[in-house]
Design a protein around this ligand. Structure first.
Ligand code: GDP
Length: 389
């Protein structure tokens, strides 16, 4: 599937920058265009792979290239005022060659948190292709203001996109490691998961054609209907030269053993992907739609395994709309990538909203208190002094 990716804010820009690198390394062909938008000049300069002319600095008259400092209302205002500058960069994209837009942002900060929903709304008004969001939730140790920003941005972003794919930094923090230090690993995880998902169906010249191909319309149909999505992933290394593994050599190439082994590996990877760590942890039961993409060397994929995996997903989610197919790649691993779309039972979001409401109340009472305190400090007790003017 060919995407026009727009990274909004620091996290958004860095993640899209990584996607470009992934695309070049794997030849996946998913990044048809990559744009980074920011109010902070330094963040744009730190990018490595997005071309200079596709780095758009907005809000110069308001913040002079210094960013909005986690003020997402200001981020949204600036995005609205300067949306034409972003559109200028988008105008250079051959959008007739693009299947969808993907607007990427960290929801806890200011520029991306406020700006990404504004851009999504603008794109939906102008274009007929789907506009998806990839929103990153902050770690719970980042503090009240980030949580409040994320909760408000989440509400707005979901409404403005055709589907919001969510990645939760909190559940991906390594034990004992700060989120900051772990961003590299986290971004790699994001790019791998979404790269396999969106890469499905992008068969290049000379690639082997899949037995039951996943094409972009299946991804689009799974995401259609809107709501929130999460992605599961599990992989296992295989030998590129050997179709059946050691066992077949010892048993004199018993084809049935090979098939059984391949099928079992696929079904076990599907379980691991669905029941392991999701990009947004949630109950998979009740997911409205799902898509299973099995990637790997063709001889390690088979229709029976994928069909079993797909059926199992139907049982687990209770959904009647579970699609599945393969995605042949030349890498020495077999991977199951599962998109669960329209998830509704997400305790993490409820918890985030609770913390956000507390933070909002605290911020208000601190503000009132500080006004009182300042007045008490500045005014003399008996009100004997007068200010100059
Ligand atoms: P902005 O530039 O004002 O949009 O704000 P940032 O993008 O710097 O930060 C927003 C949130 O994104 C932070 O609270 C973090 O949770 C998250 N974040 C920042 N950088 C990264 C990154 O490189 N990767 C990931 N996954 N999250 C990030």
């Amino acid at each position: 599937m060919k995407l026009a990716m727009i990274g909004f804010g620091q996290a958004g820009g860095k993640i899209v920058d990584r996607f470009v690198q992934y695309d070049e390394r794997t030849g996946s062909g998913i990044v048809r265009a990559a744009i980074a938008v920011n109010t902070a000049k330094a963040d744009l300069m730190g990018l490595e792979n997005i071309e200079q002319e596709n780095r758009v600095l907005i809000g110069q008259s308001r913040v002079k290239g210094h960013g909005v400092g986690a003020d997402n209302e200001l981020g949204a205002e600036i995005a609205e005022e300067d949306v034409d500058e972003v559109q200028g960069a988008i105008d250079a994209i051959p959008t007739h060659e693009v299947d969808a837009f993907l607007v990427v942002a960290g929801m806890g900060g200011g520029t991306g948190s406020g700006g990404a929903p504004v851009l999504a709304k603008h794109l939906k008004r102008i274009y007929t292709i789907p506009v998806y969001g990839l929103g990153v939730l902050p770690g719970s140790d980042e503090g009240g203001i980030y949580t409040l920003n994320a909760a408000r941005s989440f509400q707005t972003f979901v409404r403005e996109v055709d589907n919001l794919l969510v990645f939760d930094n909190d559940s991906w923090r390594q034990a004992g490691e700060s989120v900051e230090g772990g961003y590299d690993d986290i971004n790699k995880e994001i790019v791998t998961r979404f790269g396999v998902l969106f890469g499905a169906g992008e068969v290049g010249e000379g690639d082997e054609v899949a037995e039951s191909v996943v094409d972009s319309s299946e991804i689009i149909n799974t995401l259609a209907g809107g709501g929130v999505s999460t992605v599961g992933y599990a992989s296992e290394g295989v030998d590129l030269d050997d179709g059946g593994g050691l066992l077949s050599r010892f048993t004199g190439s018993d084809e049935q053993v090979d098939t059984a082994h391949t099928t079992n590996r696929i079904t076990s990877l599907v379980r691991k992907a669905a029941l392991g760590r999701l990009t947004l942890p949630c109950e998979i039961e009740g997911a409205e739609r799902a898509l299973l993409v099995m990637s790997g060397p063709p001889k390690h994929l088979n229709r029976k395994g994928i069909e079993r995996g797909r059926k199992w997903l139907e049982e687990q989610t209770g959904s009647m709309e579970v699609r599945g197919g393969d995605f042949p790649v030349k890498e020495p691993q077999v991977a199951a990538c599962i998109l669960l779309s329209g998830v509704n039972d997400v305790p993490r979001i409820k918890e985030l909203q609770q913390v956000a409401i507390e933070a909002q109340d605290n911020i208000e009472s601190i503000r009132e208190e500080s006004e009182d305190n300042l007045e008490e400090l500045v005014e003399d007790d008996e009100d004997e002094l007068d200010p100059l003017f």
